[in-house]
Every structure is written in C-alpha cells, then in structure tokens.
Design a protein around this ligand. Structure first.
Ligand SMILES: Nc1ncnc2c1ncn2[C@@H]1O[C@H](COP(=O)(O)OP(=O)(O)O)[C@@H](O)[C@H]1O
Ligand SMILES: [Mg+2]
Length: 363
C-alpha cells in the first residue's frame, strides 16, 4: 500500500480513530494528499468517509491519530492538539446545499472574505472572479433561494475556494444533482482544480465518479483504508477481492484446487488454470475476470484460452451495444457485446479468457 507521498504533501493523516459509543467509525486511517491533486475517499455508505473528512476539517475531534496540514499539526490525540475548524485554512462543500438562503449569491461568496476582514475592493474583485469561474457571474445579485440545485452547488464551490484555502474538502457535493448535471459539475471541478492547482479531497461512494475524477483514490472499507493508488492501479491491480469487485465490474467464478495447484473451473470441463492455485490454503478459490477481458469463440481468441460454458438469461438493447445477462455455474453477470453479436435468451454461449486475465482470491 503506497500511502506515502513522493512530493510535498499538503495533508498527512496518520492512524486516525473515531468512536461513537462502542462503534468504531474510523479505525486507523492514514494517507497523504499531495499538492494539487484530487484525492478521493471511495467506499460504501457508512464506511467512515464523512467522519474522516470532518476530522480533517476540524468539525470532529479524533480519538486517536494525527492530522497535519502544510506541516502544522492541527489534530494530535496523543499531544492533545485540536485546532478548531475556523482556524484551519480549509474549504468545505457538502452534499446538502449549505449556502445561506437569506443572502444573495454575492454575499454568500463574499462571506469568508468578510469574516477575514478583507478590504472592500479586494472582496469585490475576488468574488466577481470566483463567480465567473463557476459560471455564476450573471447571478451575483440573485437571492440564493432563486437558484437551482446545480447553481447552489456552484455558489458553494465558489464560496469554498474564494479565500484560497490550503485544501478543498468535498463530501459527495454533486450527489443530489441529476446524472447529466453531475457529470457537468464534475468536469467543471476538474477544470477549476487544474486552473488553480487546488488540492482536493473528494468523498464519494460512486466508483465511476472516483475513477473519472481522481489522481489517486483511497478505497475504504469498515473504517479502514483497503488500498491507495491511481485509478489505473486500483482497477488493474486491486489489493483485495473487495477492491476488485467494488471498483469496476467483475465476473466471479468458483474454482477448485486440484493436486499440483491446478485450478479447475466447474464452468467448463477443460477449464483449468495450471498451477494458479499454488500458495492458497483450502480447496476453493474465487476466480475473478473483468468482463472486457472475456471474448467469444472465433477470430481473436488467443491460444491457450480458458473456455467456460454459460447460458444467455436476458438481453437488453443499448443502441451501439447489447447487454446480456449470462449465467455461468450458478453465477449471473452482465456482458456487454457489440450489437452484431446476436444471442437469444436461453441460448448456450461459450466464453473465453486468457489465463493471465484471471485473478485468484481466497474463497
Ligand atoms: N454523529 C454520529 N453519531 C453516531 N454514529 C455516527 C455519527 N456519525 C457517523 N456515525 C457512524 O459512523 C459510521 C461512519 O459514518 P460516515 O463517516 O458518515 O460514513 P460514510 O460517509 O462513509 O457514509 C456509520 O456507521 C455511522 O452510522
Ligand atoms: Mg458520508
């Protein structure tokens, strides 16, 4: 696991722990966030993402561990250090629209600067610039109540960035927006981040979003970090079965370990992964293959491919492709194929993959 940053890190989190009564919400989380990167905390609902982010923001006090922002300890449970949120130079945007309804767009974005007692001319210049950056320059005098959800989150983003915080903390900021707008906002965030070299920690439960947006991702599970890496690392070299099945799609087959460590797949009489089971204890393994590594018999099938037998359960038309539900050895999975590959429900299907494309995990 590569939690260590190569370059300068803006944020260092070490061994962070947070308990609520007997429940451990965050259980020894550690990571570094580098200058000018988008770093995502990705995991299922309840795995401790928001609690971690709130501790970084200073809104929650850790029960254990430490947080360093630009080299300064802002939380250290052992040393009794806890710098309150308003004295940490962080920008925050949450899922719920947290802009103030009784203020105009201008007043909302200006607020952090007013609170920091900046001069009028400076405030005006900065606010108008940020409103332009997020595409809200035509709305500066609008009352915030007269804004759509997407516009409100743009204002929240402008307000969080207007005083150039050391780090921008975003907790599922676009998840209340519809899919198309969410994608638009995601793109805008990427442009904004690149333009200002902002350092961002982005919390999401959506693996597609994390893959698309992040320079690096920390995959979290049950209050702990399971793997840290670039999106391609996480996708191609998952550290666990959990990570492989959570990030991206995966076909999972049962494998039985035979003598000499060969792995037999019940899904095909000749489907044997030679020696692949060496080093596993027990008789059973899970064999995981990405759907894009699966091919049909014919043209491009390489020599030595592993062949499995399945049946088409259902299909749905997707315009430029067909989505099939395939049953293999009691497991069902989705398979996306070119439109010209026409199979009917009930039909038997033979699927192949290269032995190297299979990852084995303890059953
Ligand atoms: N204020 C709180 N009081 C009690 N339990 C909490 C509180 N905040 C979070 N939790 C619990 O801590 C765990 C992690 O929550 P959270 O960090 O919000 O997860 P996520 O953001 O990944 O969905 C959950 O089990 C949640 O119920
Ligand atoms: Mg959350």
């Amino acid at each position: 696991m590569s939690g260590e940053a190569a370059g300068s890190s803006v944020l260092r989190v070490r061994n962070l722990v947070k308990r609520y009564g007997d429940a451990v919400a965050v259980d020894g989380v550690g990571f570094d966030v580098r200058e000018a990167e988008i770093f995502s905390l990705l995991g299922h609902s309840g795995c401790g993402k928001s609690t971690t982010l709130r501790m970084v923001a200073g809104l929650e006090e850790p029960d254990g561990g430490s947080i360093e922002l630009r080299g300064t300890a802002v939380s250290d449970a052992a040393r009794g250090i806890h710098v309150p949120a308003e004295r940490r130079n962080v920008g925050l945007v949450f899922q719920s629209y947290a802009i103030w309804p009784h203020m105009t767009v201008f007043e909302n974005v200006a607020y952090p600067l007013t609170a920091r007692r900046r001069g009028h001319a400076d405030i005006r210049r900065r606010v108008l610039e940020m409103c332009e950056v997020v595409g809200m320059e035509a709305f500066v005098d609008r009352p915030s109540t007269a804004l759509s959800g997407g516009q409100q989150q743009r204002v929240a983003l402008a307000r969080a960035m207007v005083y150039e915080p050391d780090i921008l903390l975003l907790d599922e900021p676009f998840s209340n927006l519809d899919a198309k707008l969410r994608e638009e906002m995601r793109l805008q965030l990427q442009l904004l981040q690149a333009r200002f070299n902002t350092t961002v920690v982005y919390v999401t439960h959506d693996q597609t979003e994390a893959l698309a947006l992040s320079h690096r991702i920390a995959v979290m599970r049950d209050g702990a970090v399971e793997q840290i890496g670039a999106p391609e690392d996480i996708y191609r070299n998952p550290a666990s079965f959990f990570v492989q099945s959570f990030v991206g799609r995966v076909v999972v087959l049962r494998g039985e370990i035979r003598e000499a460590g060969d792995v037999q797949l019940p899904a095909g009489p000749d489907a044997v992964l030679p020696g692949a089971g060496a080093g596993f204890s027990g008789r059973a393994v899970r064999v995981a293959v990405r759907p894009e590594d699966i091919f049909l018999p014919g043209t491009s099938a390489p020599r030595g491919a592993i062949w499995i037998e399945g049946r088409i359960e259902a299909r749905s038309y997707g315009g430029d492709h067909m989505d099939y539900t395939v049953a293999v050895d009691g497991a069902e999975f989705g398979l996306r194929l070119a439109k010209n590959a026409a199979f009917a429900p009930g039909e038997a299907i033979r699927l192949g993959f290269a032995a190297e494309a299979a990852r084995l995990w303890p059953a």
